[in-house]
Design a protein around this ligand. Structure first.
Ligand code: BTN
Length: 281
């Protein structure tokens, strides 16, 4: 397994003309990179700041879950976005698409699937933002929002399992089967190169999201999200506020979330922050 430390100089050199990751800080250990990123939010010069850590002592996931790590085996990354007019739901989908595209390109040399190659993507998205490889979770995304006056600030937290062995996942009580990129590729994962790809993809997709014109159907991020999730038009069951809902997936509304036409015929929206996918047929 590859234990080489993340190289901040290489990341900043690769991102010197960019916005996302032009300034990067790497902690040996911190409670949560999301918390560390929030500490920089009061200064507008910190827009695009990337916080990385070799280890987290209180890593958190969606819906109050714990995000586990061992030092040096993951990418634990938080990106600070200040004064943004984007919907949190759309930012979550943007981060999921960027992460899946980065992993596909880095680990399997799959060139931007959403730009249209014939290859089925190796890395897929499960609603709303679980990143799966061979049906096991390899990465997750936690977007947090704080509003100060009329300014909406966000931290986009991304965790990627890189070098964990199978025993690591067996030792934890996980709500969904998990894996690492080293297990799935059979090769060591060079984390610095993957961080550079991730930051580049995130900036590209964030720009596309902002430039998106017209309705959700024309938004390139939503179109790519559907390609990577395979959900559009399929029957799905979701859990929301302790109840199960089944229906056919009709689309995504950037503000209100997943659109399901329920079996009774009614159309209902499901916010990413409150909903988990329990079945896709
Ligand atoms: C999930 O799938 O539930 C989301 C997991 C998000 C984990 C990342 S790791 C970096 C950042 N810091 C955290 O505490 N959480 C996110």
């Amino acid at each position: 397994m590859n234990k080489t430390a993340i190289d901040i100089d290489r990341i900043e050199a690769a991102r010197r003309n960019a916005v996302i990751g032009r300034k990067t800080i790497v902690f040996k250990s911190t409670a949560s990179t999301n918390d560390a990123a929030w500490r920089y939010a009061s200064n507008s010069l910190h827009h695009g700041l990337c916080i990385l850590a070799e280890s987290q002592t209180k890593g958190r996931g969606r819906r109050g879950r714990v995000w586990y790590c061992q030092p040096g085996q993951s990418i634990l990354c938080s990106i600070l976005l200040l004064d943004q007019s984007i919907e949190a739901e759309l930012l979550t989908l943007t981060a999921a698409v960027a992460t899946a595209e980065a992993i596909n390109k880095f680990a399997w040399q799959q060139q931007n699937d959403c730009a249209g190659t014939a290859q089925p993507p190796k890395c897929r998205i499960k609603w709303p933002n679980d990143i799966l490889v061979n049906d096991k979770k390899a990465a997750g995304i936690l977007v947090e929002k704080q509003t100060v006056g009329r300014r909406h600030n966000f931290v986009v937290g991304i965790g990627i399992n890189c070098s964990q062995p199978p025993e690591f996942f067996a030792a934890h009580d996980l709500n969904f089967p998990a894996t690492s990129l080293a297990i799935e590729t059979g090769r060591p994962i060079e984390r610095t190169a993957l961080v550079c790809e991730l930051l580049a993809q995130f900036e590209t997709w964030l720009d596309k999201t902002r430039a998106g014109r017209g309705g959700p159907a024309e938004n390139p991020v939503i179109a790519c999200w559907f390609k990577l999730s395979g959900m559009l038009g399929r029957r799905a069951t979701v859990e929301c506020d302790g109840r199960q809902y089944s229906g056919t997936c009709r689309g995504i509304d950037p503000a209100q979330g997943l659109i399901l036409q329920l079996d009774g015929g009614a159309v209902r929206f499901f916010h990413a922050s409150q909903t988990s996918l329990t079945a896709l047929e």
